[in-house]
Ligand binder design. Sequence first.
Ligand code: ADE
Length: 260
Amino acid sequence: MRFDIFTLFPQTFEGVFSVSIVKRAVESGLVSIAVHNIRDYATDKHHLTDDYPYGGGAGMVMKPEPIFAAVEAVLERPETTVFTSKEGKVPIILLSPQGRLFNQKVAEELAQHQRLALICGHYEGIDERVRQYLATDELSIGDYVLTGGEVAAMVVVDAVTRLIPGVLDASSTAEESHAAGLLEYPQYTRPPEFRGHAVPEILLSGHHGAIARWRRQEALRRTLLRRPDLLSRAKLTVEDRELLAHLGREAQAPDKGPLS
Ligand code: ADE
């Protein structure tokens, strides 16, 4: 996977991709990340990348010309032609609070591509023609407004990178939160007792079947309590539904004790 990030603040990305899993993915050649300074593509004397909004109003708006020039140069996309590169159609993603909401499903969808271009908006906004005639997708990482799309681009690169085959063990992504539409079950490591708080006995039992059932039950419990909205979209078995009904009754009558 190749990521091309277009930003007015390339220095923001220094360091974030040189630690942990993303660093290893880059070192092993599974991922490459190039950060491009939009300002380098401004052709006027002062290298202007923003201007006053037509119609008036507060703040500045990012100009279209340097953004189009940067993306077209890097993706070798001749002006006004429909873009197909040797990697296939490269999604050109604008990060903005107005985009569709980024989640694990979108991360999985993006991980299927061989190359992604990410444009980081900044200031009060970006000229609408970038959204209309350059970007092929627009993503928001949540219903809040950041000072720019840089942090959002980091989130997308991180979440997509860990889904690329070979970056992590398949088993570690299969069971984690959101992979199957549920939050992940609680995890413990040694010591078996810490400050009087013991690890659930079943995890020390060595009974793999019983442990798998306990984990499923706790994933369902946690999702029901914290993110019940996820349950309507999760893949649930008949047994899961029975467990959920039981957990629901238990929540209404907590003195009945935990599930066996
Ligand atoms: N830029 C500013 N806010 C944003 C958000 N919530 N998601 C993506 N990009 C943004």
